[in-house]
Design a binder for this molecule. Structure first.
Ligand code: AMP
Length: 176
């Protein structure tokens, strides 16, 4: 079985979580399989090819899991994006629209040096609003997005549309 089929066979679908109508892709069975995690990490890193990268930006909270491992594998800084009010130092904030209401994501003001190139990583791409907000935070600091990296892309939700203005490199291991 190839990597995509192995991950698909391991992800657990949870209907109506966290609210009715959402089919939640639970990656905890992937995290519990050490061999599969190693292969996912290698697969994610291989997709970067020879890109020159100064940091991995990981999105709270499941983007921290493989995001930190990727940063270590590439020996570059791991740079967290968190929901409003969670980061202790001075932050940049970006507010974006959700289906109902809005959300605010933040990054420490000293996370990205001007002119640096980063990869934004999260577990799953749905509508793209969250990853696009992370890209705006990178841009505010004078950084460039080399690529977006996801374990899962729910491609029927067209999240790529929101991301292509920031980078055309939208990478994922599993597509639905
Ligand atoms: P979006 O901003 O719509 O692309 O949503 C992406 C964020 O919401 C990611 O951080 C995901 O972890 C989470 N998310 C959205 N939809 C799902 C889903 N069906 N299963 C698991 N996580 C999801």
């Amino acid at each position: 079985m190839n990597l995509e089929s192995r991950v698909k066979a391991t992800i657990r679908d949870i209907p109506d979580f966290p609210k009715p109508g959402i089919l939640f892709k639970d990656i905890t069975p992937v995290l519990a399989d050490a061999t599969l995690c190693r292969d996912v990490l290698d697969g994610l890193a291989a997709q970067f090819g020879s890109m020159k990268i100064d940091g991995i930006v990981g999105i709270e909270s499941r983007g921290f899991l493989f995001g930190m491992l990727l940063a270590q594998k590439l020996q570059v800084p791991f740079l967290p994006v968190r929901k409003k009010g969670k980061l202790p130092f001075k932050t940049y904030s970006y507010e974006y629209n959700l289906e109902y209401g809005s959300a605010v994501m933040e990054m420490h003001t000293d996370s990205i040096a001007k002119g640096s190139t980063v990869i934004i990583h999260d577990d799953l791409l749905a509508t793209g609003g969250t990853a696009a907000a992370a890209a705006e935070l990178v841009k505010m600091q004078g950084g460039t997005v080399a690529a977006f990296s996801f374990l899962i892309n729910l491609s029927f939700l067209n999240g790529k549309e929101k991301l292509t203005p920031h980078s055309g490199n939208i990478l994922s291991i599993v597509n639905y």
